[in-house]
Design a protein around this ligand. Structure first.
Ligand SMILES: [Zn+2]
Ligand SMILES: [Zn+2]
Length: 427
């Protein structure tokens, strides 16, 4: 069934190509040239038809050529020519689905249900995998779609421009106008979508990289950014010119011409470099260290930790930690006074303004970027002190009488705090 669907998609693509290529010539360009053959008409349509011919030829090759399969009983030779296998992967790769060894850069395609040599991606539009033997044809197909669609859009736009001129307006039939609109509707989305897609593929081609390897590179870049890995060089990047050679052939004059790719697709040249000891793709160190093992009980999670939903929240956990610290060293804070978690825990007997709960509480404020510590000045301390005494700060000016030097009053020896309490308020 999926095979039938695949061929239906191919039929749809062929219909779309045929519609854009031929309806434009028959219903728009031919009437434009008064339905008579002329040198100008041939000069206009010949390049377009060459582009369409190249597009269809490369499409046919992309659809029909086998992308490359692993030969039966193929084994990587890790001693003589298995340099790449050993250097890059350390050990041969094996596909459990095909029950065969996997050459470097080969991947298992679930749609094709087999391993594909230097697999790029499975493309539903060609009902085939893009792999070692048809990658070049696929790239050329994209290239000719871009060229043919651009030529087509320019041609139709010229026709539309002429029809909008006054002396041509009367001659444009409704049928022509309908086909101009339909051709735009078919061509512009194809040009935009395939254009973007092909730009990405040309970029990958210049780096000798497949789509799958592009994803791997992205993953590696993320791991490097997170500090999990050192810089890793992509091993197959041989320089732009040689990268293109490996896929489109060694002769630049024939890059746009369908040519058979050389080699077997079972081994690849790697770039020179003394530091290519790292395997490709590099493994995530976290995944390497914590291999999955079944938990002992159904109530534990991964590394033996409990269900995260049952764990205390961050704030209550922090409170517990603080409590533990305090009970461990009563009266001594484990963090310095400037630390946000610092709590002044002093002897309860000691009479100090700062140790009282009223004064220590509002000094910290938790914000999205951490703690903000409020400074507290002498004036504020005094105001709070007065408020504690039940007085309205600022309403009265406190007058503290100086002891009379002549008389020997009892108040001489009273400490300042008690003195203030004992003293009457002066207005
Ligand atoms: Zn496989
Ligand atoms: Zn496939």
């Amino acid at each position: 069934m999926s095979s039938v669907l695949g061929w239906l998609v191919v039929a749809f693509v062929l219909s779309l190509i045929s519609f854009i290529a031929y309806s434009s010539q028959i219903f728009i360009i031919w009437p434009w040239y008064h339905s008579t053959l002329s040198v100008d008409l041939i000069m206009l349509l010949l390049p377009f038809n060459i582009l369409v011919g190249m597009l269809l030829w490369n499409y046919y090759l992309s659809v029909t050529i086998d992308p490359g399969r692993v030969p039966v009983n193929w084994k990587p030779d890790t001693h003589i020519d298995g340099y790449e296998v050993k250097k890059l992967t350390g050990k041969p790769r094996y596909c459990r689905m095909c029950e065969r060894y996997k050459p470097p850069r080969a991947h298992h395609c679930r749609t094709c249900n087999r391993c594909v040599l230097r697999m790029d991606h499975h493309c539903p539009w060609i009902n085939n995998c893009v792999g070692y033997h048809n990658h070049g044809h696929f790239i050329r197909f994209l290239f000719y779609v871009d060229l043919a669609c651009s030529y087509h859009a320019a041609m139709i736009s010229k026709r539309l421009y002429d029809s909008l001129q006054l002396h041509y307006a009367d001659e444009t039939s409704n049928l022509e106008l309908i086909f101009i609109v339909l051709n735009y509707v078919a061509c512009i989305p194809v040009l935009l979508l395939v254009g973007g897609f092909s730009l990405y593929h040309f970029y990958l081609l210049s780096g000798n990289c497949t789509t799958i390897e592009g994803w791997e590179k992205d993953k590696v870049a993320t791991m490097i950014r997170k500090g999990k890995l050192q810089e890793v060089k992509f091993p197959y990047n041989l320089g732009v010119r040689r990268n293109i050679d490996t896929i489109l052939g060694p002769n630049p004059l024939l890059w746009c011409w369908p040519t058979r790719v050389r080699g077997s697709g079972l081994k690849y040249e790697v770039s020179d470099g003394d530091d290519v000891e790292q395997s490709w793709p590099p493994q995530d160190p976290d995944k390497q260290q914590h291999e999955f093992s079944l938990p002992d009980t159904p109530w534990t999670y991964e590394n033996g930790s409990i269900n995260p939903n049952l764990q205390p929240s961050n704030s209550s956990e922090r409170q517990h930690t603080m409590k533990r610290r305090r009970t461990k060293h009563p009266g001594v804070s484990s963090v310095p006074p400037y630390h946000p978690d610092y709590q002044a825990t002093v002897d309860e007997d000691a009479d100090s303004l700062v140790s009282s709960d009223d004064y220590s509480q509002p000094l910290l404020r938790r914000g999205s970027e951490g703690y903000e510590v409020h400074s507290i000045g002498r004036e504020e301390l005094l105001e709070r002190y007065l408020r504690e005494l039940g007085e309205d700060p600022g309403r009265y000016v406190r007058y503290i009488p100086q002891p009379d030097t002549d008389s020997e009053s009892e108040t001489d020896n009273i400490p300042l705090g008690q003195h203030a309490q004992a003293a009457p308020t002066m207005s």
